[in-house]
Design a protein around this ligand. Structure first.
Ligand code: DGY
Length: 320
């Protein structure tokens, strides 16, 4: 019997296979997530850990878990919270949950796109404020997305699912050729690959769907934000640190950009100063994959990955 430590409260159905295999399972079911000290205590002696994206899996974490640890199964597509080199050195497998959350995350990105271009976030806040209103021909007009070009930075499963939604709503699709879109989706969607800087300079909306890596850290910096078309929009459901948030605040404040829809932040749960006051910004608390169905599937996949390793096999969806 192996010890499997899960660092959050997770949908129980996702753990059926691990339970059936007779492993000891320790979840974190308290109202608050663990502090760092509690986290290190919680994973002590684990053979497998199921982690979430707020857990920093570094040397200290791996030391705390101990030398018997065989697998870190992240319940997320992203894995920027995990020190892959340290895991590799210790022969600890790392896995993530690709292929099961792209529709939910694309839904979130598309919802942000509509909310910000049609001013629905602002409009909802307006109604709740109790201010008087009446139907008027020019009241709270947004912009039609139908003639816009969406520029995708990252055109993997999530970016492609976002492109499908945008195409169905009459948008033109472009993607950064550095992070290309695969055929046949590329052809079906008539998507155009452009070098990153050209994409940034010609798109009406930039939507981020890339992993956070040293190359994508602050990829949308002050210079690139300034190079965007005037009145363009930014959507981010990837990772907060892909954007220099202070530079974004400045680009919005100056009126150069029309708005932003954000689900992720560099220093979650902190929101960069300035964003909260802006009416043309829609802010969500990292809900990309947050549906009952998707979170159960993500948990189930992470559990399968852990189980495979405990059975002496490689994970189903390893991170290389
Ligand atoms: C992921 O899987 O990386 C998402 O951000 C979780 O919602």
């Amino acid at each position: 019997m192996a010890k499997v430590c899960i660092t959050d409260g997770v949908p129980k159905a996702g753990l059926d296979e691990l339970r059936a295999a007779g492993h000891e399972i320790l979840t974190w079911d308290r109202a608050q997530p663990p502090t760092r000290t509690e986290l290190l205590d919680h994973v002590r002696g684990a053979d497998a850990v199921l982690t979430v994206l707020t857990d920093k899996v570094d040397e200290e974490f791996l030391d705390a878990a101990g030398p018997q640890l065989k697998v870190v199964a992240n319940i997320a597509a992203g894995f920027n919270n995990i020190d892959l080199d340290s895991c590799r050195k210790r022969q600890v497998f790392v896995s993530n949950t690709p292929g099961v959350l792209f529709e939910s995350t694309a839904d979130t990105a598309f919802a942000l796109l509509l909310m910000v271009t049609r001013r629905f976030g602002e409009a909802e806040r307006f109604i709740r404020s109790g201010k008087p209103w009446q139907y008027r021909t020019t009241f709270m007009l947004g912009h039609a997305i139908q003639s816009m070009t969406i520029g995708l930075i990252g055109a993997g499963q999530i970016g492609t699912a976002m492109a499908r939604r945008c195409r169905a709503f009459g948008m033109r699709i472009a993607y950064a050729s550095e992070h290309p879109m695969k055929a046949p989706a590329r052809d079906e969607l008539e998507a155009v690959g452009l070098p990153l800087d050209e994409l940034i300079a010609t798109s009406d909306v930039i939507s981020l769907h890339c992993p956070l890596t040293p190359e994508t850290y602050h990829l949308l910096n002050a210079e690139r934000l300034a190079a965007m078309k005037p009145d363009a929009y930014v959507i981010n459901t990837a990772r907060g640190a892909c954007i220099d948030e202070q530079a974004l605040v400045e680009a919005l404040r100056s009126g150069h950009l029309a708005g932003a829809g954000l689900d992720v932040y560099e220093h979650e749960p902190e929101i960069a100063s300035g964003l909260l006051e802006m009416e043309n910004v829609v802010l969500l608390p990292h809900l990309g994959s947050a549906t009952v169905e998707t979170r159960a599937t993500m948990t189930g996949l992470a559990a399968k990955n852990a189980l495979a390793v405990l059975n002496g096999e490689p994970p189903l969806t390893p991170v290389h």
